[in-house]
Design a protein around this ligand. Structure first.
Ligand code: PMP
Length: 363
């Protein structure tokens, strides 16, 4: 018998912790998916059991996120990064240049593609203060093709607290790191996209929710796989979908439903984040939060300690007690606690206790 594994709390930013019941369900069903006597990885995506799973995922997304009939739910590949390109390729043809809000690492990457592929412009940026807040949106020209925002900046740890009103100009949001963490009104968005590997499941599948009215502006002649209509018309089965990732998405979404859905998880997420920011504020001599308080993310809590040696001691001490994945993104350093939907309050409490003890010890 291998030795019992001590509890590990996983704070990685993505791929990230999955709900334990979703993993246990996969373990139980691995060799016999839906009574087939085979694993989900081994059956045709055109076979009935897979088709039923695929439909179940779309239904769960619709009900959990409140997606109206005006919008399609697509399951794509290529990660959120491919959406950085697909959005301008498909949606920029109408009207004037698209407008991007540059809030950090990921918004910058999205804007780069928007500029390169469709001459988009950055209309607001928080770069001058190291992306520590969400800048105000200037008046948007009604002719603008779309406005692109990043609802949660995974690296800097900032989050839009309320979404901007862009009138008739479609709002496009990269929600990779906070999708389904809080309720929202999907009707206000032209398009939402999210790589699954933070709040939804493993990497390999990307969720896109798109207003069908936008299809009419898609230019002719796009590569077939890069045209949203291809996937909408084929119900996201134009080619072989990432079946194992879609299966895990189902397990995570049905777990989320069991938790009471997005509004219940939002209340829990709020408590979790508050717990950590409270420690940061109480010991501001040791922990310097990166995001301004009014822009703090409930998903990625970013902070620095006085110097790199102390940060190293903090990270090593944390790891020694099973608090894993707390190093900040390689581009900014420091520390980051990613506390997505699947992180239980107990895990956050363990980190808060460790941070308090580290402060008491006198670093
Ligand atoms: N947008 C955000 C907000 C992200 O956090 C990430 C990944 N960390 C990406 C986009 C890129 O996603 P992918 O790796 O799925 O291309």
């Amino acid at each position: 018998m291998p030795a019992a594994q001590a509890t590990v709390w996983n704070f990685y930013a993505g791929p990230a912790a999955l709900p334990r019941p979703a993993l246990e369900r996969a373990q139980g069903e691995l060799l016999n998916f839906a009574g087939t006597g085979m694993s989900v990885m081994e059956i045709s995506h055109r076979a009935k059991p897979y088709m039923a799973l695929h439909a179940e995922v779309q239904t769960l997304v619709r009900s959990l996120l409140g997606v109206p009939d005006s919008h399609d739910v697509l399951l794509l590949q290529g990660g959120a990064s491919l959406q950085f390109s697909m959005v301008p390729m498909n949606l920029a043809a109408a009207g004037g240049p698209a407008a991007y809000v540059n809030t950090g690492e990921w918004a910058s990457k999205a804007a780069k593609e928007g500029k390169q592929l469709a001459g988009a412009t950055v209309v607001a940026s928080s770069e001058a203060t190291r992306f520590d807040h969400i800048p105000a949106l200037p008046a948007i020209e009604p002719s603008c093709a779309y406005v692109h925002i990043t609802s949660n900046e995974t690296v800097q740890g900032t989050q839009w607290q309320a979404f901007p009103d862009t009138g008739d100009v479609p709002l496009v949001a990269d929600m990779s790191s906070d999708i389904m963490s809080r309720p929202l009104d999907v009707r206000r968005f032209g398009l939402i996209y999210a790589g699954a590997q933070k709040n939804l499941g493993p990497s390999g599948v990307t969720l896109v929710v798109v207003d069908k009215r936008l299809y009419e502006r898609i230019p002719k002649g796009l590569p077939t796989m890069l045209d949203y209509r291809t996937h909408a018309q084929a119900d996201s089965m134009y080619n072989t979908p990432p079946t194992l990732a879609v299966y895990m998405l189902r397990n995570v979404l049905s777990w989320l439903q069991d938790q009471g859905g997005v509004s219940s998880i939002a209340a829990r997420n709020g408590r979790k984040a508050e717990r950590l920011y409270e420690v940061i504020d109480r010991h501001s001599d040791l922990y310097a939060g990166h995001a301004r308080p009014e822009a703090r993310s409930t998903m990625n809590v970013t902070f620095r300690l006085p110097d790199e040696a102390i940060e190293k001691a903090f990270l090593q001490g944390a790891e020694a007690v099973g608090l894993v994945g707390l190093a900040g993104h390689r581009s900014v350093g420091g520390c980051r606690a990613s506390i997505y939907n699947a992180m239980p309050e107990e895990g956050v409490a363990a980190l808060a206790e460790f941070m308090l003890a580290f402060a008491r010890r006198g670093a």
